[in-house]
Structures are given as C-alpha cells and as structure tokens.
Design a protein around this ligand. Structure first.
Ligand SMILES: [Zn+2]
Ligand SMILES: [Zn+2]
Length: 478
C-alpha cells in the first residue's frame, strides 16, 4: 500500500517524519555495541520504508528492533507513527476501493489500538516530550475517543505551550460541532490542571525547563527555599523577572474552567492588590519620611511579600520591633537577585497607625489609618508656619553648602550630602520639609521615633534646626 492520505478535519498533524535512531539515547549504556548495530540497521531500514510509505514493512522492522531492545521510546514512537499512518489510510479508503482491492486482515481500529499502546509507553518514558502526546492524541482521534484525545493534547501543551500541531488540533476541536468532541460541553475537570503545590487549579502557570507546570506564585514561593523544581528536583535557573507565564496553558485553563479560574484570580488579587488602607508590614528600625535607604530581603516570608508588593501597589509599611513606629514606604528600585533575594531601595513616605493586623503567609498585613500633623486653623498661624519653614529652608541651604565644603576630602560624606540636597522638598509643604530637615543629621532610633510621634510641624522644624546647629558646633569642636 502506498499513497499519502489527505488530512481531514480532526487529524492531529506533527507526525511528518519518524525519528532517527542514534547512539545518544535513553538507556544506551545497557546496549552492547553489537546489539546497537543490529537495532540501528533495523531502524534505518524501517525509517526508509516509512518515508516511502511502506508502512507494513516499516512496522516489521520496528518490531524486530523492539524485540532486541524492548522499551526504547524511539522504536516505539516510530512504530506508533506507522500504525497511525496505516489506520488513517484504511479509514479514508473509499468503500469502492475496498471492493475493488480488499485488504484482508487489516482494520483501522486494531491499528489505532496498537498505535495507542505504543504511544502510551512512549508517554510514560518521555513525559516531557511533546511528540509522545502528539502520537497519543492521533491514536485516540482514530479511535474516536475525542475527549481523551483532547486531554492528551492539553497535557502536551503543558509541556510545550507553543507546539504548533497541538495548538492547531485543539483549535480544530473547538470548531468541531459539539457532537464530536464536547459531548458534555466542557472537558471533564480532572486534576490534570491542578498545581501540585497548592492543589488548586493552575493560576498564571509557568512551565519549567524540566516540563513541569505550577502556579507562578507557588513556584517562586517554593524556590524561596531552594532553587529546585519541587517535583523532579532539577536545579532551576529561573527568576520572577525572567520567567514568563505560559500564555497558551493559561488560556486553556481560563477558557475551560472560567468560574474556578475567576475564583483563583480573586484569591490571588486579595493578597496582591491590597486596598488603599492596607499594607503588608516589614519589621525594622525606625525610619523617617524623606529618608532613603537600601534593604536586602532574604527571608522567605519577606521575599514572598516583596514579590506581591512588586506586583501590587508598590507599598509596604515599616514598623519597628516594639511595634510603635509606623511608616509607609514605597520602593524606588527593586532588583531581584539571581538567587531569589531582593535588593530594594526605598523611601519613607506617610505615617500611619495600625487599626488591626493579621498574619498572611508568614508576614503581617495591617489595616491602617493615615496620620498627619494637626492642621493649623488660624490663617496667621499658617502664615507663621510657612515663614518658619522658609527660614529653615534658607538655613538648610547654607548648612548644606558649609557641610559640603567641610567634606571635600570625604567622598562618602559628600555623596550623602549631595543625595540629601537632591531630595530636598519644597518648603511649601512644611510637614514633609520638617522631616527632611531632620534626616540631614544622624538621629538615634528613639529620637526618630519621637519625631514620628510629634504632630506639630513647628515643633519638628525647631528640633531639626537644633540638630543641625548642634552638629555644626560638634564639628567645630573637633
Ligand atoms: Zn499553585
Ligand atoms: Zn521538574
């Protein structure tokens, strides 16, 4: 028999050719040189026959190779492909052709069953090869087991979401009338699409180079404790920055299980996009608004928090060890390091008070109330404050100039001063300005805490000026 049958609607392509048998194979060490040569010869003959559409001859060669070296995925894969070709040919042969030249002993279903048997073995040996799923899907389509074929395609797409033959077949399936492939409207909800880490439907799946898929957040949460695939322990070199979501797999999950996916999204968003008055909390020293500082994040619970913050609204709250200084922080720069740690550069912004707080995956989240200095009611009181702030700004500029001159020999100090100068807020915002003024000199934690608690801008401005004068005098005394 020869002649290539034309492809019909539901045929999964991607079986254009058979695989060549090479020495570089799974389990090669088990085969002696002599056996390898015999298998290799048979495979070569079989492949030539396959390529010349002599499928029965090809099958006979592959079967002999299989008896010398059982369980080889290339041998079984090629034989499966040959069975598929025969089955397809027989199915598409018109009735009149059969009458004219009957083909005794050949029936398409038997061949498809044999193809499936081989394909299933190949899948079990090579679960991360797309080709094995293509074979399985083809055999199942020939057996008219469309729902299982669809599952095989979806499993293959988990391995390689970009596989064109699988994508095309799936699209074909979706266009085919419901009678054929979607008897129940939707594929059955098996746990094939569950993340093995959270045991829920995959949400924003990522597929690792070893072929396993997990929810993006689950994978990185697991990798906070070591850079290995949680399933097969392959060492992974992926980071949240370089790792992208498997778009196709995500679409498949979203399209087939819309309600469950929406639920998963809600769950994800509730820990990522906190409302305006909610902040994840980071426990550290007291920091002032307008103060910039670097932060190394290495603890797993904070890595998780920082990833969510980067995805969410870029803010966190800073509380000190006794839980009494509060400050909201925005990050300015965030560098994910290759080993999963983060280097953050952050800046203090607004003060808050905790209304209530709770544990979220190891770190704390709080509902907060924003705190500001007490607003001045009287018009002349406000004018007085503004004048005081303007004078303080004038003094600060002079102070900075003198300090820079004194620091000519001290590069680090000079850089600090230039940074502070660049961050100087307008004195038109006296509250913010008063905090900046206090960051010019080094303050002890207790002093910083007091500055945060003060709700009188004038008081803070005076303190800032006192600190600067004291520092200048200290310098002169040295
Ligand atoms: Zn998960
Ligand atoms: Zn893996």
């Amino acid at each position: 028999m020869s002649g290539e049958p034309s492809s019909s609607g539901n045929i999964c392509d991607g079986l254009d050719d058979v695989e060549d048998y090479t020495r570089v194979n799974e389990g090669e060490e088990k085969v002696s040189w002599d056996r390898f040569n015999r298998v290799s010869d048979l495979m070569q003959k079989g492949n030539i026959a396959f390529r010349e559409n002599r499928y029965e001859e090809a099958i006979s060669c592959y079967s002999r190779a299989n008896s010398i070296k059982p369980g080889d995925p290339i041998i079984l894969g090629n034989r499966s492909a040959a069975y598929i070709r025969i089955s397809r040919f027989l199915k598409q042969r018109s009735a009149s052709a059969s009458e004219y030249r009957p083909l005794n002993g050949l029936d398409p279903t038997t061949h498809a069953e044999l193809a499936l048997k081989d394909a299933e073995k190949v899948v079990s040996y090579r679960s991360n090869s797309v080709k094995s799923y293509i074979l399985k899907a083809n055999a199942l389509i020939l057996l008219e087991r469309y729902e299982s074929a669809r599952d095989a395609i979806l499993s293959g797409l988990q391995v390689d979401p970009m596989s064109y033959p699988l994508q095309a077949t799936l699209q074909n399936f979706d266009r085919t009338p419901a009678t054929i492939c979607r008897r129940h409207g939707k594929p059955e909800r098996t746990d094939d699409f569950d993340c093995t880490l959270c045991l829920k439907l995959l949400y924003e799946p990522v597929t690792t180079p070893c072929g396993h898929s997990f929810c993006r957040s689950c994978l990185f949460q697991s990798m906070d404790r070591g850079n290995k695939c949680p399933l097969c322990r392959t060492v992974l070199f992926v980071s949240p920055r370089t790792c992208t979501i498997s778009v196709t797999l995500n679409n498949i999950v979203q399209k087939n299980f819309p309600e469950e996916y929406a639920e998963r999204k809600l769950e994800h968003d509730s820990v990522t996009y906190l409302g305006n008055d909610f902040l994840p909390l980071f426990v550290m020293d007291v920091v002032l608004p307008c103060q910039k500082f670097p932060l190394h994040i290495f603890e797993p619970r904070y890595r998780l928090m920082v990833r969510r913050m980067m995805e969410g609204n870029h803010r966190m709250g800073m509380v000190d060890y006794c839980d009494c200084s509060f400050l909201s922080i925005s990050y300015l720069r965030c560098e994910p390091l290759p080993d999963g740690r983060f280097y953050l550069e952050i800046e203090g912004q607004r003060r808050f008070r905790i209304v209530r707080s709770w544990d979220q995956d190891g770190y704390r989240v709080a509902e907060v109330e924003w705190v500001q200095d007490i607003a001045l009611e009287r018009t002349n009181g406000r004018e007085e404050l503004q004048e005081m702030a303007n004078n303080a700004a004038e003094f600060a500029r002079l102070w900075l100039r003198r300090a820079k001159e004194a620091a000519q020999q001290d590069r680090r100090r000079l850089a600090e001063l230039l940074n502070a100068e660049a961050m100087m807020p307008s004195s038109q915002d006296p509250e913010r300005f008063s905090f900046w003024l206090c960051t010019l000199s080094d303050r002890r934690p207790q002093e910083r805490l007091d500055l945060l608690r003060i709700r009188d801008t004038k008081e803070r401005l005076s303190r800032g000026l006192i600190y600067l004068r004291a520092e200048e005098q200290g310098c002169r005394l040295q």
